[in-house]
Design a protein around this ligand. Structure first.
Ligand SMILES: [Zn+2]
Ligand SMILES: [Zn+2]
Length: 351
């Protein structure tokens, strides 16, 4: 044990801003590594934690679950990594042995431990993580792009490709095109959707969605009949709807614009029950599917990082704000109030 210490942004409870404090520097267990953080994404979930979403960890704790950086030290049983390796965290690594993990849903494992959610996270100089939860960042991909990829890109990709099984030529509707949804638009383009309809309350978000590849945009305004507009635009409904808002109204809209045989994938995080406003007979007749989606699998992260390396995605251009650790509370407030129109905020440590 050493007395080495580091700075970390600590969460003390609902309603209190994160505070920068000195904490012990992490040391790797036998199957763990310590990653020197280069960048960590600021996520809507972090804002939820500060407001009302219970954190499943004893407080105080360090938030930040979207890190990328360089491996600094490795545990004595670690074979696959070496100090200096560029890595990003896969946030869906379950225990690997339970029925949920073995049935192909490690991200839904009841024993899932995500740094920044269940244990100390990456709004800090360094983090201790399981070696097998890491993914190599390909050459040419910046560590801040890799940080954003861990959740903001990998999660909608998991929803579209892994859960939704999006096929080339299909018609996609993305409801809510802020952080995750905006990436969902770009990913739908890479996956060769024939039509990509972006729906949002913000004209700025819709303009960004258009640049990311949306073929059509619909501004959600009070009194607008969005379901009718989307159904007409898609000529009878979408093949796949990606819901990224996390609100009952948005889920309801999603169910109403599905063509027969289509699927609605719920990526948005919320605490209210989803609402389905389709008569049961029609839901059955049309053989509709509603799918939950949470985080991603390691393979999803590997694939989106490769897309970035291949030039199919431009994650860097979606990062609107780069802030030092000291300004993490400011970044969270910016995301909460949407002041300054943040697209994606990344915390970066000094070199
Ligand atoms: Zn996140
Ligand atoms: Zn498990």
């Amino acid at each position: 044990m050493t007395n080495r210490r580091m700075r970390a942004a600590r969460f003390h409870g609902v309603g209190t801003p994160l505070e920068i404090e000195e904490v012990p520097y992490p040391e790797p267990g036998p199957d763990e590594v310590v990653v020197r953080i280069a960048a960590c994404g600021v996520c809507g979930s972090d804002v939820h934690f500060l407001e009302d979403l219970p954190v499943p960890a004893p407080l105080p704790m360090t938030l930040g679950h979207e890190p990328a950086g360089l491996i600094e030290s490795i545990g004595k049983e670690v074979r696959d990594w070496a100090p200096g390796d560029r890595v990003a965290l896969s946030i869906g690594e379950g225990c690997g042995t339970c029925r949920t993990c073995r049935s192909g849903h490690p991200n839904s494992c009841l024993s899932l431990v995500v740094p920044g959610i269940h244990v100390d996270g990456a709004f800090a100089e360094a983090i201790r993580v399981r070696a097998d939860a890491l993914v190599a960042v390909p050459e040419g991909v910046s560590l801040r792009a890799a940080a954003v990829a861990t959740d903001c890109v990998a999660s909608p990709y998991h929803g579209l490709a892994c859960r939704g099984r999006l096929e080339p030529g299909e018609r996609v509707v993305v409801i809510g095109v802020g952080g995750l949804g905006g990436q969902g638009v770009a990913l739908s383009r890479v996956l060769e959707a024939a039509m990509i309809v972006a729906v949002d309350t913000s004209p700025t978000a819709l303009e960004r969605a258009k640049q990311a590849g949306a073929t059509h945009t619909i501004l959600s305004q009070p009194g607008a009949d969005l379901a009718a507009e989307i159904s007409e635009l898609t000529d009878g409904g979408a093949d796949l709807v990606l819901e990224c808002v996390g609100a009952p109204d948005a889920v309801s809209l999603g169910t109403q614009v599905l063509r027969p045989g289509a699927r609605l994938v719920l990526v948005g995080v919320g605490i209210e029950p989803p609402r389905i406003d389709v008569p049961l007979a029609m839901f059955g007749l049309r053989e509709l599917t509603v799918l939950g989606s949470f985080g991603s699998h390691k393979r999803d992260l590997v694939e989106v990082l490769q897309m970035q390396a291949d030039g199919l995605l431009d994650i860097d251009s979606t990062i609107s704000h780069r802030l030092p650790l000291e300004k993490v509370a400011e970044g969270l407030e910016m995301l909460r109030t949407k002041k300054g129109d943040p697209q994606r905020i990344v915390i970066e440590m000094e070199p």
